[in-house]
Design a protein around this ligand. Structure first.
Ligand code: FMN
Length: 383
């Protein structure tokens, strides 16, 4: 992997992540630190935002994050994947969403809702019919191939959800094209369709591009971004780094304001090109003016600084260097004040595992703590 510059964190006030982050349509985040989208199962059973989930997000805005992104929020019941998942699928969700959007704005953060459809990975019990690019077995169950009518309905639902989110007062949306959910099921080489939604990369990318184009058209002035998995990871199959880079370039041309690369571990080299980090090819495909965000195992200010110095110097599609941002997931769950503290010399974030008491004290509600217990090494004490 291309070497990163030496640690610059001895002068935290000059840390690159504290610099404002400018987006192509003029929005500016107060810094380049982003709360990664985190499924937390804290919504009401009908998908309405709860007080607990609102508090969880407001607390991270109070801690200084420049951009606060919600968990994956389903746009259509057929995409609902977890009990307690946030829904943005109908107007009844609006009052609570408005409250969250205004609370985040009052606390100085830009706000983004992650728009999501689980496809074959949705919950049969919650979603009913499971649809995907291609019919296939899902454990003991199966998903059927989405029809044109299904896809038109899904595209309409993404557009309507985006308009709803904007009406609620959020600064924008991110379309979840990563992690093997519906748009990624189409993008994947496992897509066996022989119609205009499958086959060539152009066809496999059509669903994601149509979602971006339609949402962009619906929200000309809001932030519209996309999250991508650069290549296979865990259970995600059929995602090729060169294809992801090509698609990232197309999505930039389609008008996204940012590209969010879900790396899981920013230090890991590419599987396809072991001398490189996957991020390099994504940055290289996207014009300078469009920030590229990275998430994956950032814990300390030193790690974030080191990575940003390296990433800011990378070639972009139309020159050298371009805005980048760091998204924190696990570190932000445990350390809600990470951005505020990172400016203090010598501050070290709390590391895993942490107690349930610690999590409760930093506005992580009981359903989220239970969910985190499923992740090995996160919560120290037994349930
Ligand atoms: C509890 C949990 C929930 C997550 N939920 C989402 C999600 O809703 N949408 C998404 O795109 N990624 C989700 N992710 C992935 C994170 O956004 C992030 O990319 C990943 O955790 C790596 O960053 P980290 O090492 O800082 O945690 C989730 C991760 C965790 C740990």
């Amino acid at each position: 992997m291309q070497s990163m510059q030496s640690d610059s964190s001895t002068l935290p006030e000059s840390a690159p992540f504290l610099r404002p982050l400018a987006f192509p349509r003029g929005q500016v985040a107060r810094n380049s630190l982003w709360l990664a989208p985190l499924t937390n199962l804290q919504s009401e059973a009908d998908g309405t935002l709860s007080d607990v989930e609102e508090r969880w997000l407001l607390r991270r805005a109070e801690g200084g994050f420049g951009v606060i992104e919600t968990c994956a929020a389903y746009v259509q019941q057929s995409g609902k994947t977890w009990p307690g998942q946030l829904g943005v699928d109908r107007d009844e969700c609006l009052p609570r969403l408005r409250s969250l959007a205004s609370g985040l704005r009052q606390r100085g953060a830009l706000s983004i809702v992650q728009l999501f459809h689980g496809g074959a990975r949705a919950s049969r019990a919650l979603a009913g019919d499971l649809v995907s690019a291609t019919a296939h077995a899902v454990g003991d169950d199966h998903a059927r191939a989405a029809t044109d009518e299904d896809l038109i309905g899904t595209i309409d639902s993404f557009r309507a959800a985006a308009l709803r989110v904007a009406a609620a007062g959020f600064d924008g949306v991110e379309i979840h094209g990563a992690h093997g959910y519906l748009p990624a099921q189409f993008l994947s080489r496992t897509n066996q369709r022989d119609d205009r939604w499958g086959g060539s990369l152009e066809n496999r990318a059509r669903l994601l591009r149509t979602l971006v184009q339609e949402v962009r058209r619906a929200l000309p002035d809001h932030l519209v971004g996309v999250r991508l998995s650069p290549e296979d990871y865990g259970t995600v199959a059929g995602i090729d780094l060169d294809e992801t880079a090509t698609v990232a370039g197309w999505l930039a041309a389609d008008g996204v304001d940012f590209v969010h690369a879900s790396l899981w571990d920013h230090r890991q080299p590419s599987k396809k090109y072991p001398d490189e980090a996957p991020f390099q090819r994504i940055r290289a495909a996207v014009p300078l003016a469009i920030p590229v965000v990275a998430a994956g195992a950032f814990w300390t200010p030193a790690e974030a600084s080191r990575w940003m110095h390296w990433a800011e110097a990378l070639p972009a599609a139309d020159g050298s260097g371009g805005a980048v941002a760091v998204a924190l997931g696990s570190a932000a769950i445990v350390n809600p004040d990470w951005p505020a503290h990172a400016a203090q010399p010598g501050w070290e974030p709390t590391r895993l595992p942490v107690s349930a008491e610690h999590l409760a004290a930093v506005a992580v509600g009981a359903p989220f703590i239970d969910y985190l217990r499923r992740r090995r090494g996160f919560v120290a004490d037994p349930a």
